[in-house]
Write a protein that binds this ligand. Structure first.
Ligand SMILES: *Cc1c(COP(=O)(O)O)cnc(C)c1O
Length: 237
């Protein structure tokens, strides 16, 4: 199947899951995860109606940013080191992986210098996986409060979650549900820089479950572009 056909199929599965969760298909944003894929593949996805693309490495955004000519909203979804914020501050529309005050402070500083406000999501590690970044759900409210107090150029738009890999996505449904509950609680916070409209959870193998549990942004790579070729990984990443 071509990239265009894959996207069409994902959109119909998304639409069905949206309806099952009492929402409209257009309420869910499909972000194409383009890591380790080539510019021509990304252009095909954009031609097929994709508006938003995501990378997990700063270096890949730097490399590809000028190679993509069609309009696209770029997202950073991977772990971000403070010393690399400056390279993407003028390139991405949203950073999904904020998991410390320190990182938010650096984003704040660079955003101010760039004359903008940066939209971010707080990354939650609901399954407490050692191998993954993200905040313990119980720490999220405090970190959010600290960021709102200290970082006037950072706007918190919601939460991001990466579920553990499971053959059967039913196994991770409880994590999606937990993150959605936290999202609903934090959504009530009244602050000019707290504007919760984004719940980013769900990937190729679990996006339908994530949508059923309330996700309104899904991040899909493999189901659009096929398997990634990790031998193409660039040095130093
Ligand atoms: C790679 C990646 C995805 C996409 O994963 P697929 O299984 O290929 O759909 C989603 N989110 C994050 C944070 C990723 O790094």
């Amino acid at each position: 199947m071509s990239i265009t056909q894959n996207i069409a199929e994902i959109r119909s599965r998304m639409a069905a899951a949206a309806v099952r969760s009492g929402r409209k298909p257009e309420d869910i944003l499909l972000i194409a995860v383009t890591k380790l894929h080539e510019p021509d593949e990304i252009e095909e996805a954009l031609a097929a109606g994709i508006t938003d693309i995501a990378e997990n490495k700063v270096q890949e955004i730097q490399k590809k940013f000028d190679q993509i000519h069609s309009p696209a909203n770029w997202h950073l979804i991977g772990h971000l080191q403070t010393n690399k914020v400056k390279y993407i501050i003028d390139k991405v529309v949203m950073i999904h992986s904020v998991d410390s005050l320190k990182l938010a402070q650096e984003i704040d500083k660079r955003a101010q210098a760039a004359g903008r406000t940066m939209d971010v999501l707080l990354q939650v590690n609901a399954a407490h996986e050692e191998s993954k970044f993200g905040l313990d759900p119980k720490d999220v409210p405090q970190v959010m409060e600290d960021i709102l107090r200290e970082c006037p150029n950072v706007r918190i738009r919601g939460l991001m979650h990466i579920a553990p890999y499971a053959e059967d996505p039913e196994e991770v449904r409880p994590y999606f549900r937990e993150v959605k509950e936290l999202y609903e609680t934090l959504k009530k916070v009244e602050h000019p820089n707290a504007d919760f409209t984004c719940l980013s959870m769900g990937m190729s193998h679990d996006f339908e479950t994530a949508i059923e549990e309330g996700a309104n942004i899904i991040r899909v790579g493999t189901s659009i572009f096929g398997e990634r070729d990790y031998s193409k990984k660039m040095g130093g990443m």
